[in-house]
Design a protein around this ligand. Structure first.
Ligand SMILES: [Zn+2]
Length: 216
């Protein structure tokens, strides 16, 4: 079941108070509209009815996509409490769901990470494989652009359906690098054993580096 409440938001432009619907838990079986709303950002959108001011307000939420056995906790800023919560989610849980080992459980602290995780979910891919591929890709990119540093890297799908990795350098410039499915399959094979026993919920660059170090 989803859980939400109304919060009063004071407009930064006209100072008038208005209401915003805030979702603590999003359950796509009872509220299927949330599937689109979290992807297009509508559930974080706020609009002042007095002066027409619009903005996005990113609040912590738990998104549960029931059919895919996927649950992700988004906590802007500091994820540590969410990690504990997610690792013990099946204890004392009264949701009626069994969040067993078949579930993918994730914690993200940044809205771009949330968007990327949902894209990966929609494409039926494994975010752990992609994070490992990113580390290899970053090393390659660093070789070609030795004067720049990769600040961010995201899995991306173009309008024509092709995948790539979008790269943001520390000077603010964006670029992209190929994403090859045969490299994906290779990483699946190479890391099969270590991934089978891994139960981390924060799957990011740091996690991927530690996986690669374990493998070597
Ligand atoms: Zn206003």
């Amino acid at each position: 079941m989803s859980k939400n409440h109304i919060e009063k938001i004071k407009c930064s432009k006209c100072n008038a108070e208005s209401e915003m619907l805030v979702w603590e838990t999003m359950d796509t079986s009872t509220d299927p509209q949330l599937k689109a709303q979290i992807r297009n950002g509508d559930c974080f959108g706020w609009h002042c009815p007095h002066c027409d001011n619009k903005s996005l307000i990113f609040y912590p939420t738990i998104y549960h996509q029931v059919n895919e056995h996927y649950i992700i906790c988004y906590v802007p800023g500091n994820p540590s409490s969410a990690v504990e919560y997610m690792k013990n989610i099946n204890e004392n849980n009264q949701s009626g769901y069994d969040f067993n080992d078949n579930y993918t459980k994730r914690v993200v602290s940044d809205i771009n990470q949330l968007r990327e995780k949902l894209l990966i979910l929609d494409e039926g891919l494994d975010d752990r494989i992609i994070e490992i591929m990113k580390v290899f890709a970053m090393a390659e990119i660093q070789k070609s652009f030795s004067d720049l540093t990769v600040a961010e890297i995201y899995f991306n799908k173009e309008q024509d359906g092709t995948y790539n990795l979008a790269v943001k350098f520390d000077n603010g410039q964006w670029g992209s690098t190929d994403f090859a499915m045969d490299s994906y399959d290779q990483v699946v094979k190479t890391f099969k054993t270590s991934l089978a026993v891994d139960d981390e919920v924060i799957i990011d660059t740091e996690w991927a580096i530690s996986m690669i170090e374990k493998q070597m």
